[in-house]
Design a protein around this ligand. Structure first.
Ligand SMILES: Nc1ncnc2c1ncn2[C@@H]1O[C@H](COP(=O)(O)OP(=O)(O)O)[C@@H](O)[C@H]1O
Ligand SMILES: [Mg+2]
Length: 289
């Protein structure tokens, strides 16, 4: 049931078609998003996965009003994204974090970078100072506030980009493969921050190709050729191993091991999709006395 009050994002038959230009003029590029209907509840943690070209980034850019539906409707906090007067409110409400941290950092000092968004919103300097400090603390980068972003690691830069999003005081943060270019340590830190923010009430939409990250969400949406192929809890979505393989998606390590254990006759519950849950299950079988 759609609950309009608690939905931060609502797509109704959302369609998006790129127009591409070549020597012969403009051409329709086919539907990158093809009649998609879904909503995202406030306070939830949703992962979006799907093979390359399935429409994830196009969807994210529509949610941030960088692109506009060519068909159907998209509402961000109840605002139709095509209504121009809501544009800045939508971009504040639905903040984006992109894949490449280097393309997002614009200043030569960390704290200036984090201040960039709120400055564009016309926030007073005193309030910006507080927002920047709070945002940098939220990502554990406060002590780096005077540093130059180019001196930081990829993971640290991505944390600064997230701080920049937080400083907008958004209602939802949409992250488009934020960990794709990071080493395992940076990846873990970014995922942990996403969960910490979510525990404090922030709605998170995480686009990822790491299945372990998706398995840690409340809900997983799988995109395929511009449509939603699956939508459910991680255990619902990841228990259909055959379907995932058909879509050329990886299977979370824990799901793979649990399946092998079931094949070997051990009754591992289908709800187990994370490594933590699986190791707890196995540990529970041992008498530790
Ligand atoms: N700027 C663009 N111009 C034309 N077609 C594009 C553009 N960006 C993406 N597409 C096409 O739209 C489809 C969806 O792409 P995208 O949203 O980037 O998918 P994903 O993020 O899941 O890899 C693909 O077929 C892709 O080739
Ligand atoms: Mg993409």
């Amino acid at each position: 049931m759609a609950n309009l009050e608690s939905d931060i994002i609502r797509a109704e038959e959302l369609t998006f078609e790129y127009l591409t230009e070549d020597g012969g003029g403009l051409h329709h590029g086919g539907r990158a998003i093809d009649g998609v209907t879904f909503s995202v509840q406030k306070g939830s943690f949703t992962a979006i996965i799907g093979s390359n070209g399935s429409g994830k980034s196009t969807l994210a850019k529509n949610m941030n009003a960088l692109l506009f539906p060519t068909g159907g409707k998209l509402y961000v906090d109840g605002h139709d994204t095509t209504v121009e007067e809501f544009l800045w409110e939508i971009r504040r409400c639905a903040a984006m974090v992109f894949q490449n941290p280097d393309n997002q950092l614009v200043s030569t000092i960390v704290e200036d970078d984090v201040a960039f968004g709120p400055e564009n919103l016309g926030i007073t300097p005193g309030k910006i100072r507080d927002r920047v400090d709070d945002a940098l603390r939220a990502v554990g980068m406060y002590e780096f506030r005077k540093k130059a972003p180019h001196m930081l690691s990829g993971g640290q830069k991505q944390r600064i980009a997230i701080a920049g999003a937080i400083a907008m005081h958004p209602d939802v943060i949409i992250m488009d493969e934020p960990t794709a270019m990071l080493d395992p340590k940076g990846r873990r830190a970014v995922l942990e921050i996403a969960h910490t923010l979510n525990r404090r009430g922030m709605t998170i939409i995480l686009i990822t190709h790491f299945m372990e990250e998706a398995a840690s969400a409340d809900r997983v949406i799988i995109m395929e050729k511009g449509k939603i192929a699956m939508d459910g809890t991680p255990s619902e979505v990841f228990s259909d191993v055959e379907r995932l393989r058909e879509m050329s998606l990886d299977i979370p390590v824990a799901v793979d091991i649990a399946k092998r254990m079931r094949d070997a006759g051990i009754d591992v519950p289908k709800e187990i999709v994370t490594e933590e849950a699986l190791s707890d299950f196995i540990a529970g079988k041992y008498d530790k006395g």
